[in-house]
Design a protein around this ligand. Structure first.
Ligand code: NAP
Length: 511
């Protein structure tokens, strides 16, 4: 990677967006609307949709209502169900890309492997496996659920049968009549387990920590429902508002305001009642009952998951796994579960090294973002920008996401970023950097709100939640959605320093 721009050399593009999931798509649409159309999107995969491109395991679907899991400016009334399938979400991504004319500016099969800020040129040099791309500004839109995590179980590579990870499903994998083991009981397993149970000969689910599983207000949207959504005045808006409220009540409010709004306890009562209604065997029911508070980790929503454990061909194994062997999974006490197929529903690297950030990022004076976060704990002003890293913005930075809909997060953060970029254009600035003081103030505000967050109550001690990072922090944003929305439109632009390069080199094609 070169270290400085030749004087007067223009970057290849004004903006580089890394990732073609919904975050990247939302950023691209907003940039076009702001008439910042000299952007390039760089995507490691061969298609758009991010999580919905990569996650195609049986049963994959959204786990919040589709009325909230879509852009406010591209609301659909033709979702086939209240909770759309993964394939439908992938199609939604494709449609957005085509209807907004984005596709020709996406570079597929191109992986960013490093990024360095060129202080002299006021631009970023992105090192990709297909050569260097330079851009004045970079928007990181890689999400957090992009790198599948393998379990730290001895012998996991030694299984002689077929091993599959939910996040990289092989559609040639035959499960009918097979002895299948699933390790993990997170949101992916909650969807996968009931989908494959009817076809396999025997299904063993290896559970370490039970998940709170809540009923899902799902159902097809057809006939009269669809007619009403499409034709009744205000129906789409009313449905969206009801859906947003439901999402807010099922996670952000109970988790972040646990000490103020006692919704979590209500939710736990619903969860326990659901367990009683769904699971016949009291021993199995007891093993499926979480011992931590609702909200410590992401709950599951399914009308089929719990009842699957009533099936004769399904076993819930809660004894800890000792090792994976060539023949199957052995649990403590030397019980061997012989298997033909082992499914790892073991989630993703989240706040792990190598994922936050997903490639080495060097800011001013070679400052390394991962090392800076190691030393200073995860933090980013409004979840978007970090001092020492000018012209770099994140959609899903620390303390950005409050746990509601990702689409709301994307729209909020993109509004913030576009305000910065528009102001830079107005001022003819070529470098934008958040001040240390603004960043510190925001970080302090986030930490001050901990007292009410469920994560820091005793009840979460045994939840084994991936929300906790290696510093023991939970870098989720303790704010109701309405506040995140308001802040993105009102944050003080003086929280950033705007600087003009002495002989500004115009980006590729300022139109
Ligand atoms: P996850 O929530 O991280 O669950 C991983 C599971 O694997 C946990 O049950 C974990 O147990 C278990 N596990 C990991 N290592 C293990 C080991 N060494 N031994 C035994 N068990 C082990 O991952 P996920 O289910 O893929 O979900 C990740 C996130 O993706 C979700 O929380 C959700 O935000 C998102 N997601 C969304 C949708 C959607 O519909 N929108 C669908 C799927 C996923 P412990 O709990 O004990 O750690």
């Amino acid at each position: 990677m070169r270290t400085s721009a030749a004087a007067g050399t223009a970057p290849d593009h004004e903006v580089a967006i890394v990732g073609a999931g919904f975050s990247g798509i939302g950023a691209a649409i907003a940039l076009d609307r702001a008439e910042i159309d000299d952007w390039v999107m760089i995507e490691a995969g061969d298609g758009v949709g991010g999580a919905w491109h990569w996650n195609t395991y049986p049963g994959v679907a959204v786990d919040i209502p589709s009325f909230s899991y879509q852009f406010s400016f591209a609301k659909r009334s033709d979702w086939s169900r209240i909770y759309a399938s993964g394939a439908e979400l992938k199609r939604y991504a494709e449609d957005l890309v085509d209807s907004h004319g984005l596709r020709s500016r996406i570079r597929f099969d191109t992986k960013v492997v490093g990024a360095a800020y060129d202080e002299e040129g006021h631009l970023w040099r992105l090192d990709t496996d297909r050569g260097e791309v330079t851009a004045r500004f970079v928007i990181g839109a890689t999400g957090v659920f992009s790198q599948p995590k393998l379990p730290d179980i001895p012998g996991v590579d030694e299984f002689a049968g077929t091993t599959a990870h939910t996040a990289r499903w092989d559609h040639d994998l035959e499960l009918a009549g097979k002895r299948v083991g699933v390790i993990g009981t997170g949101a992916s397993a909650v969807q996968l387990v009931p989908s494959i149970a009817p076809e396999v000969e025997k299904l063993t689910v290896f559970q370490r920590t039970p998940i709170w599983c809540l009923p899902k207000p799902d159902g097809p949207i057809d006939g009269a429902r669809r007619w009403a959504l499409e034709n009744l005045p205000g129906a789409k808006l009313a449905t969206r508002l009801a859906s947003q409220l439901y999402v807010e009540l099922t996670f952000p409010l109970p988790a972040h305001f646990n000490g103020v709004i006692p919704l979590g306890k209500q939710g736990e009562r619903v969860g326990r009642r659901f367990l009683r209604e769904e699971v016949d065997d009291p021993v199995v029911r007891d093993r499926l009952t979480p011992r931590y508070g609702l909200g410590c980790k992401r709950p599951g929503f399914s009308n089929e998951y719990l009842a699957t454990f009533n099936r004769g061909n399904v076993e819930l194994e809660t004894t800890a796994i000792e090792a994976v062997t060539a023949a199957g999974v052995s649990t403590i006490g030397d019980r061997l579960h012989e298997l033909d197929v082992l499914v790892l529903a073991t989630g993703f690297k989240v706040f792990d090294r190598g994922n936050m950030p997903p490639y080495p990022i060097k800011g001013r004076s070679g400052l390394d973002l991962e090392e800076w976060w190691d030393e200073n704990r995860f933090q980013a002003y409004e979840g978007v920008s970090v001092p020492g890293f000018p012209n770099l913005f994140a959609i899903l930075g620390p303390y950005g996401y409050n746990g509601a809909s990702y689409f709301q997060l994307i729209e909020t953060q993109v509004r913030h970023i576009c305000r910065c970029l528009r102001h830079a254009r107005k001022e003819r600035a070529t470098a934008i950097e958040v001040t240390r003081e603004a960043n510190d103030r925001y970080f302090r505000q986030m930490l001050d709100r901990r007292t009410h967050q469920i994560f820091f109550q005793d009840t979460c001690a045994d939840a084994n939640s991936y929300y906790f990072d290696r510093h023991g922090d939970v870098p989720l944003r303790p704010s109701p959605s309405v506040e995140t929305h308001w802040r993105s439109a009102r944050f003080d632009l003086d929280d950033y320093r705007f600087e003009r390069r002495l002989s500004p080199a115009p980006a590729g094609s300022h139109r």
